[in-house]
Design a protein around this ligand. Structure first.
Ligand code: ATP
Ligand code: MG
Ligand code: ZN
Length: 286
């Protein structure tokens, strides 16, 4: 600012008025060579020609600062860590769960009252079968199918690697986990039809996420519309090699009756070797 500059220069003139320019210069040249470069603006370390790259660092947009090589490395690694934790947080935020499902983890699964073998198979699948296209958890109401399904999603989300190993080639997909209850899905789509709202906003995220928990398959009212919707969703995910976790109360025979053979075939392909029958008492009833 012009005002400030003139104030400072007049102060300098006053204090140095007795000194000649030559005297001032001689003081300047006595400054040791190491001080010729400014110290690191972050840690104050002096410039070391052998270690520090002589470059300015774009500290924040539009602000170039001179930093030592060590500080540049530290800042770069802090930035990478921040970007990684943001990626994991964004991925976690995509999983929107109903309130009661929020705390369902393998750690919270009570093996004393639950099915130890089902817990172990589900956990092994979540941890190791990262290239498997699906798993199905079947059993009566209240035995913990949804609990195990959500625990699978949480287990994968705790792992920083992509949620699934197989990457669909060319198909647009999102590396995130989503949850949908089949009954809710069909009801929401019917509202869309009635209100002429775009159904794609509901179905596309489910169709494109890398890991989907399709909960309570068969709880939806059995209509041509519901069968077609579930069929399209499952066929699309199968075709794009996306991974699906399915829970259902229905026995295989009832599933066969409800869905056409092409869907049953793909569902079978998805969950091949990974159909887990969860057997225990209804946990809700205590
Ligand atoms: N072994 C277990 N340990 C701890 N909590 C459990 C266990 N099994 C079930 N639960 C709890 O009991 C409740 C019912 O379980 P869940 O919703 O998983 O049952 P479900 O098999 O999906 O039933 P439905 O077929 O009616 O959907 C949930 O709150 C769940 O967290
Ligand atoms: Mg359930
Ligand atoms: Zn530094």
């Amino acid at each position: 600012m012009p005002g400030k500059r003139s104030k400072r220069s007049s102060a300098a003139t006053n204090s140095n008025s007795a000194e000649s320019i030559g005297e001032v210069m001689s003081r300047t040249v006595r400054i040791p060579r190491t001080y010729v470069k400014p110290g690191c603006e972050r840690c104050s370390k002096l410039y070391d020609r052998d270690v520090d790259a002589d470059r300015s660092y774009n500290y924040s947009p539009g602000v170039d600062r001179w930093l030592c090589a060590g500080c540049i490395d530290e800042i770069e690694s802090e930035k990478r860590e921040a970007a990684e934790s943001e990626r994991l947080q964004t991925r976690r935020n995509a999983l929107v769960l109903p309130y009661r499902l929020g705390q369902m983890t393998f750690g919270g699964y009570d093996t004393g009252r639950g099915d130890l073998s089902a817990r172990d198979r589900s956990r092994a699948w979540a941890r190791d079968a990262r290239d498997s296209p699906g798993i199905m958890l079947c059993g009566s109401p209240g035995v913990g199918k949804t609990h195990l399904g959500v625990a699978i999603l949480n287990e994968r989300l705790d792992d920083p690697r992509p949620l699934v190993e197989t990457r669909p080639i060319g198909a647009p997909f999102e590396d995130c986990a989503r949850f949908v209850d089949c009954g809710d899905l069909i009801a929401s789509l019917q509202v869309c039809i009635q209100t002429k709202a775009p159904a794609s906003e509901i179905i596309d995220p489910l169709r494109r996420c890398s890991l989907l928990l399709l909960d309570d398959l068969g709880s939806e009212r059995s209509t041509e519309f519901s069968a077609n919707t579930i069929s399209l969703l499952l066929r699309g995910r199968w075709n794009d090699a996306l991974t699906t976790v399915i829970t259902s109360n229905l026995a295989p025979k009832a599933l066969n009756e409800r869905f056409d053979s092409r869907v049953i075939s793909r569902m079978g392909g998805m969950c091949k070797d990974n159909v887990v029958l969860v057997q225990s008492k209804d946990y809700r009833l205590g």
